[in-house]
Design a binder for this molecule. Structure first.
Ligand code: FES
Length: 130
């Protein structure tokens, strides 16, 4: 089971879905992992309360890249409200492997950037710790 999930993560790392900048994005945010200096930027196009398109760019380890990529796939087509409610556990579930405390920051880098982008779009301050 573990191997299968590792394969999936490596596949997302090698061939990241939704990678690149998004022209016409109206929500954007960047987050940095202070432990390694890696960063992820999220770009989203939100229309009528819905994320119609979303991409990410940046650099980082396989876990950070795979998690960000999976998250963009998940968020595409979702409402802003659904994006706001997505939890750390949801992202860890997508990854499907046990994440050690040191790698947690890697796994949640994309989530923090995505949530910050949504909050920026709404003109609100993010009031949760990721
Ligand atoms: Fe830098 Fe994972 S080691 S994000």
């Amino acid at each position: 089971m573990f191997d299968m999930y590792t394969e999936v993560i490596l596949d997302y790392y090698r061939y990241p879905r939704n990678y690149g900048r998004l022209d016409g994005a109206n929500a954007q945010a960047r987050d940095l992992n202070p432990l390694c200096g890696d960063e992820i930027e999220i770009y989203a196009k939100i229309d009528d309360g819905k994320i119609v398109d979303i991409k990410f760019s940046g650099k980082g380890c396989a876990i950070s890249q795979a998690a960000a990529s999976m998250l963009t796939e998940f968020l595409k087509g979702k409402t802003v409200e659904q994006a706001r409610n997505i939890s750390k556990e949801n992202v860890l579930e997508m990854l499907g492997i046990e994440i050690s405390p040191v790698r947690l920051k890697c796994a949640l880098l994309g989530l923090k950037a995505a949530k910050t982008a949504v909050y920026n779009y709404l003109g609100e301050k993010m009031n949760e710790e990721i």
